[in-house]
Ligand binder design. Structure first.
Ligand SMILES: [Zn+2]
Length: 436
């Protein structure tokens, strides 16, 4: 037997075993969760809650309670999410990445630009299950000729960093070039055939700003094409997330009817200092975003995380001040803000939404209550809008964290996680097993 065949059979056996183990796993015993302070969306309330055999929360005591867990006065919040990460997108160190996410209380993740070839059956078998994180993928995003993320992926392919895929493999995989209706008509069947969980489009006004108007199509998807894409996506039951760079991009995305933006307008110190108007959202657009129910994924910390080592403190604070201004305006108009890291491969360590949340409280981008809602309510719900998550109420999934301190008193307590519970089971890294 040659080695690859042996490996293939081994994998098959492992999959069969995993499958039968899942089928044979004992049904979850209903549990009583006592002495917890439960977040009700505004405050913490002392109460006893139960989880059912199906892993759902209930206030009514099930007929047979198999377990009682004493939460010892801890602060119970819905599990967190990372609404913008590229870290979960292949098999590479996936175990360690899943462990890092769970350790930080992040149960849900959204990858807005993945290469479908890397989402292998093995990779898929490690996520979207009870003892792991739940992830959705956009596959390759839609952009204009020569525009982000095409040059980035072409460059990674040239450098041999994409598992044997070359530059010629990138179009149709890492991205789809959509300059006009003909491109869209030709690419759309292939895009749908990849079974994306949602659609990602790129508006790259920052490129136009840097290079001048001659950048032309490098600015990504045109406003007219954006409307056509959204119409097709919504007809197919898919939500649309737009990468935006400038306030004009943001306005175009909102006007065209996107469901989410992948970023706030984002900029470095020079943008904040010399070009603040180009990155400042207007009240009219904020009002429109609020009225249309757009969710804005912050990723406010990404540039500082990648380049901030070279920034003087004055630069950090001027960038943060512009974010604070945009967020305050959006919140004033009821726009939902989600927490997303924009974590990428090749960064130091495993960047997650925990760093983005810390950036929010370090620079005062949201008050403690709003930040808790953003991370534990808005973020899970924008990743899985059809699931009952992000609330600790009757019939919602019993996916929660028990914090050792009050996050409304000190946001650092968001990270002091004493217990992680998914589907009513204490996660193994807390000393339990997925089946207990
Ligand atoms: Zn990204």
């Amino acid at each position: 037997m040659n080695f690859p065949a042996f490996r293939a059979i081994g994998l098959l056996i492992a999959q069969l075993f995993a499958c039968s183990a899942a089928l044979a796993a004992p049904a979850e015993a209903p549990a009583m969760w006592k002495n917890g302070r439960w977040f009700d969306g505004t405050q913490f309330v002392k109460r006893t809650m139960y989880s059912t055999q199906a892993g759902l929360l209930t206030t009514r005591k099930p007929p047979k309670v198999g377990r009682t867990v004493d939460l010892q006065g801890k602060y119970v919040v819905p599990a967190y999410g990372d609404a913008h990460t590229h870290i979960i997108g292949d098999e590479d160190q996936l175990d360690a990445k899943i462990a890092a996410f769970l350790r930080e209380g992040i149960f849900y993740a959204k990858n807005p630009n993945a290469i479908p070839d890397f989402l292998t059956p093995k990779m898929r078998s490690m996520i979207n299950r009870k003892d792991s994180i739940d992830v959705v993928f956009a596959n390759g995003g839609l952009t204009g000729s020569g525009a982000h993320p095409a040059p980035l992926h072409d460059n990674l392919a040239d450098r041999g960093l994409l598992q044997g895929l070359g530059r010629a493999d990138m179009p149709g995989r890492a991205y789809h070039i959509i300059d006009d209706e003909d491109d869209l008509a030709a690419s759309w069947p292939k895009i749908l055939a990849g079974k994306p969980d949602f659609i990602k489009v790129f508006l790259n006004g920052g490129t136009r700003l840097r290079l001048g108007s001659e950048a032309g199509t490098k600015a990504g998807i045109s406003p007219a094409m954006l409307k056509s894409i959204i119409r097709r996506a919504h007809d197919a039951g898919l939500r649309v997330m737009a990468h935006v760079e400038t306030a004009d991009d943001f306005a175009a995305a909102v006007e065209a009817g996107v469901d989410e933006t992948a970023h706030l307008p984002h900029f470095g110190p020079r943008g904040a200092r010399e070009n603040a108007a180009a990155y400042t959202i207007t009240p009219e657009v904020a009002a429109q975003a609020g009225a249309r129910g757009v969710t804005v994924i912050g990723t406010a910390s990404v540039l500082q995380r990648m380049h901030g080592a070279e920034w003087p403190e004055e630069a950090r604070t001027s960038v943060a001040a512009l974010h604070r201004k945009n967020i305050a305006l959006l919140r004033q108009h009821g726009v939902r803000i989600a927490i997303g890291s924009d974590g990428m491969g090749g960064e130091t360590g495993i960047p997650t939404a925990a760093g983005e949340a810390a950036y929010f409280y370090t620079y005062g981008l949201a008050d403690n209550l709003d930040l808790l809602r953003m991370w534990s309510v808005v973020t899970p719900q924008t990743i899985f809008p059809d699931r009952k998550i992000g609330k600790l109420e009757e019939g919602y999934e019993a996916n929660f964290l028990a914090l050792d301190g009050d996050p409304l008193a000190d946001p650092k307590n968001l990270h002091r996680i004493g217990l992680r519970v998914k589907g009513g089971a204490v996660l193994a890294l807390d000393g339990g097993t997925a089946a207990d």
